[in-house]
Design a protein around this ligand. Sequence first.
Ligand SMILES: [Zn+2]
Length: 142
Amino acid sequence: MVIITGQCHCGNIDYQLRWPTPAHALRGRACGCGYCQRQGAVWTSDPNAHLDVIIKQAAQVSHYHFGHSTATFHLCAICGIVPFASSESGHHLAAVTNINTFTSLEPRAVQHEPSDFEGETSQARLARRRRNWTPLRISAAQ
Ligand SMILES: [Zn+2]
């Protein structure tokens, strides 16, 4: 178990990613969709990890959806960075984390693999996320 910390650029969205395997086993997926390409976001997830997100000013977090609208991109409205995206299916809230927002681990040291999920149905997409994405908890900063 390793704890990886990260945040948006200004620190409004802060997180701890508890990762079950050694950090060097972590893989970044450069999603090929138009949004992730424009963002330069590279995602990682593991169903046995846990993502704890702490938000200072919730009013300064924008939520962006597109396509099937099954994923929510959490965008800091102050600095414009997207540290994570979430997906909800039933009562299961799960996330992918943008490795480029890691602060305790050098993003360039993470191995990348390409991924492309275009053409997948909404149902297949939700089932895949349920298998692969990281359980998520979002809370307000004290
Ligand atoms: Zn920010």
